[in-house]
Ligand binder design. Structure first.
Ligand SMILES: *[C@@H]1O[C@H](CO)[C@@H](O)[C@H](O)[C@H]1NC(C)=O
Ligand SMILES: *[C@@H]1O[C@H](CO)[C@@H](O)[C@H](O)[C@H]1NC(C)=O
Length: 404
């Protein structure tokens, strides 16, 4: 920042004085030289910044829930949700089930593709098969919470909890795994300098569990500081382990999800719905509330760790575009109805969820935002990812890190 402004003042000084210093002919030559110098200066200036910022990552490490689980939950037993191990899950992109909660790729898969890296293998497969991987791993587990699950057990929500592999368990896995990546501090620092760490999305389930048994929005708001605190603590821990680049996504617009619309609707009060999208206003407002708190907390983290690059990823904003202008993204069948489900106004029926008897998948998933009532389609995740990678939904922007 200081360099260009300094060079500008030198140029002004130069122009003011050379009229008096040089005769006309020489003046012309000097103007040409000056112009050439300015052009060259800016050329090299640009060249220098682009080659130092536009580097590619060598690895991505990811923590989270079903939005970024590439197979851990399935490998851990998946008692609560075994259908993700069968078609139609995975049908669109992989053509077989991988344990991802979608018909295809997740946001994390699109991000890996953008940086020229392989899709992140699930951590539990790497340890089971004793594989050696240095290009990244996903530690995310479907159903995982930011808070430890004892918290939910203590509130009587235990029967709802899909998995005990909460964020702190996933961080424990990372610490164990780290010794296979690098040994000395210097070696780790070198390696992590070119690694991206994604903490989330996580926290959505911390609210889902209480909401699904009738918890109020007020209660969820009271929970938010704890959830945000757990996410922030995980970010600190990773930075203290050597992470330099951490991206923390916020929550999606949950008021637009078929499961929320089914459980909390239909309401007799039309003003509960956003007239433009049909989404439940109060639940979207709550997602924004969580995101605001998270952003504020990340701002404090930036002050605490000025050497690290902490990015907020606005999943809410990137997803909201799809609900506002669905046709622009090819979502011809509307945005709120699930592609795969067992009927009902939003094609979400809890006793015939996608993959269970009585459900069926649509023939054109890319025309739908919502895949199974809870999770989104390969197409929707693709458009959200584009907004994150090339759009304005990461701050500071992720694009500045992409190679040309
Ligand atoms: C989680 O841990 C509790 C004990 O703390 C146990 O009772 C429960 O079965 C575990 N749940 C899962 C899904 O593994
Ligand atoms: C409908 O909801 C709005 C707020 O969402 C509220 O102000 C209004 O009183 C409600 N009307 C009825 C009839 O419940």
């Amino acid at each position: 920042m200081t360099v260009p402004s300094l060079s500008c003042s030198i140029i002004i000084l130069h122009l003011k004085h050379f009229r008096t210093l040089f005769p006309l002919k020489e003046r012309k030559r000097t103007i040409m030289k000056t112009v050439l110098l300015i052009v060259l200066f800016f050329f090299f200036q640009n060249f220098k910044t682009s080659s130092s910022i536009h580097h590619k990552y060598d690895a991505i490490y990811n923590f989270g829930d079903s939005l970024s689980d590439t197979g851990n939950f399935l490998l851990s037993g998946a008692l609560a949700f075994p259908v993700i191990g069968k078609l139609p899950y995975g049908e669109t992109f992989f053509r077989h089930a991988t344990g991802r909660c979608s018909d295809g790729r997740l946001i994390i898969d699109y991000i890996a593709e953008a940086f020229g890296l392989p899709h992140l293998p699930p951590y539990l497969d790497i340890v089971r098969e004793k594989k050696h991987v240095k290009t990244g791993v996903s530690f995310a587990v479907s159903g995982a919470t930011a808070l430890d699950t004892q918290f939910f057990y203590a509130q009587g929500l235990g029967p709802l909890v899909w998995t005990n592999d909460s964020l702190s368990v996933q961080l424990g896995w990372f610490k164990k795994f780290k010794s296979s990546l690098c040994s000395t501090k210097q070696e780790c620092d070198e390696y992590f300098k070119k690694s991206l760490f994604l903490v989330g999305e996580i926290g959505g389930n911390d609210y889902n569990y209480p909401f699904f048994v009738g918890g109020s929005i007020k209660q969820a708001q009271a929970l938010a500081p704890l959830v945000v605190g757990a996410i922030t603590k995980a970010t600190s821990m990773l930075i203290e382990e050597g992470a330099m680049d951490v991206m923390v996504p916020g929550n999606l617009p949950i008021g637009c999800s078929a499961v929320y619309l089914t459980i909390f609707g239909p309401t007799s009060n039309q003003s509960d719905y956003d007239p433009r999208t049909g989404c439940l206003k109060a639940y979207n407002a709550f997602a924004r509330y969580h995101n605001q708190q998270l952003k504020r907390s990340l701002q404090m983290q930036r002050l605490k760790y000025p050497h690290a690059r902490i990015t907020y990823a606005d999943y809410y904003g990137a997803a909201m575009r799809l609900y506002h202008t669905p046709k622009r993204y090819g979502f011809k069948e509307g945005t709120l109805k699930a592609c795969c489900g067992g009927g009902g106004p939003y094609n979400f029926n809890n006793s015939a969820r996608c993959g269970h008897t009585g459900s069926r998948a649509c023939s054109n998933p890319s025309a739908y935002v919502n895949w199974d009532g809870i999770h989104l389609t390969d197409a929707a995740y693709g458009h959200i990812s584009k907004g994150l990678i090339y759009g304005r939904f990461t701050s500071p922007p992720l694009t500045s890190l992409l190679g040309n």
